[in-house]
Write a protein that binds this ligand. Structure first.
Ligand code: MN
Ligand code: MN
Length: 327
């Protein structure tokens, strides 16, 4: 371990992080050190529709940690050290306001990580970035070959942002389906609720074969039954799965620090256990955790701490899979 190594070249914005996630070694895109998983920040919030602030997400997620940077931190339930083989390359250099340019920069970064055989774990950023993160992975594994498990209150399948532009945090899944990076039939969405999108978009989603689980169905059938089905669907014919976690899938009572909060979501415990299970049971080739907006966080930075632990549970699931733990 090389704990708490400060970044140098990557400290490009005032909102960039100063040290690595959980004290893992710092690395660079040119030298990923053969890592199994690579943490990278995408401090992007120029695609938000309501409350901004996710540019501060990567920094807050990395810093929501009460253990010393060089602490040994085995996962209590499994005893595994999920940080073995994990490095952090800092944040993608972004140009605030340049949405399309930044999507290109993020996709190119992710493509290089997955092309090197590592699993990118992206700290967002608003959900616009998933058009780029999932595209980067699809360039490595093949357009149409990657399934996408999407945790969110919102479907993010808008034809436009509502103001006519194509790129924003309400449209990334539509863009992925249109480009062919991820076919609609390879989507599984979990946690949907609220009052958006409208019937035209819902019909479009159905025609593309998108699979979705609303919170009402999760309440009726139980989370385990739904996740059993989601795992089977995502794993069916797809040897590569991308995991996208919008923090607003969790109830705003437990995750208030987000831009478009929607009451009535999953609990912290449910999302933690579910992402770990999916990372163990599916071949995850990339993940992002998005929509953490620290300026709106509650007391105690509870949303940022939860996002930090979601990353930890994904890494733990990957470690369990690598160790041959099946369930
Ligand atoms: Mn979203
Ligand atoms: Mn959302």
């Amino acid at each position: 371990m090389n704990p708490g190594t400060p970044f140098d070249a990557s400290r490009i914005h005032a909102f960039s992080s100063g040290s690595t996630f959980a004290g893992v070694p710092a690395a660079t895109l040119d030298d990923l050190q053969g890592a199994r998983a690579v943490i990278v920040g995408a401090p992007f919030d120029w695609g938000t529709s309501y409350r901004p602030g996710t540019r501060f997400g990567p920094k807050a997620i990395r810093e929501s940690d009460y253990l010393a940077a060089d602490a040994y931190r085995p996962h209590l339930p499994t005893g595994l050290n999920a940080l073995e083989g994990v490095v952090d390359i800092g944040d993608v250099e972004l140009h605030p306001g340049d949405i399309e340019g930044d999507l290109d920069r993020i996709a190119a970064t992710i493509e290089r990580i997955s092309g090197a055989g590592s699993i990118p774990i992206v700290l967002g950023g608003d959900h616009t970035i998933t058009y780029a993160t999932a595209t980067g992975v699809a360039r490595t594994y093949g357009f149409g070959e990657v399934a996408l498990v999407h945790f969110d209150a919102h479907a993010d399948t808008g034809e436009t942002t509502g103001y006519g532009s194509l790129y924003g945090h309400g449209t990334p899944m539509r863009r992925l389906i249109e480009s062919g990076a991820v076919p609609g039939s390879r989507f599984v969405q979990i946690g949907l609720r609220g009052y958006w999108p409208g019937p035209d978009t819902v019909s479009w989603m159905r025609e593309r074969g998108m699979r979705g689980y609303m919170m009402t169905e999760i309440e009726d059938r139980g989370l385990k039954a739904v996740v059993d089905e989601a795992v089977a669907h995502a794993g069916d014919g797809a040897d590569a799965v991308f995991l996208s976690v919008d923090i607003d899938v969790v109830d705003p009572g437990m995750a208030p620090g987000t831009g478009t909060p929607e009451p009535g979501g999953l609990t912290s415990r449910q999302i933690l256990d579910t992402v770990r299970r999916m990372s163990r049971e599916l071949r995850i080739v990339g993940a992002d955790i998005v929509e953490v907006s620290p300026p709106y966080d509650g007391p105690g930075a509870i949303t940022s701490f939860l996002a930090n632990r979601i990353v930890m549970e994904v890494l733990n699931g990957l470690a369990e899979r690598a160790a041959g733990v099946s369930s």
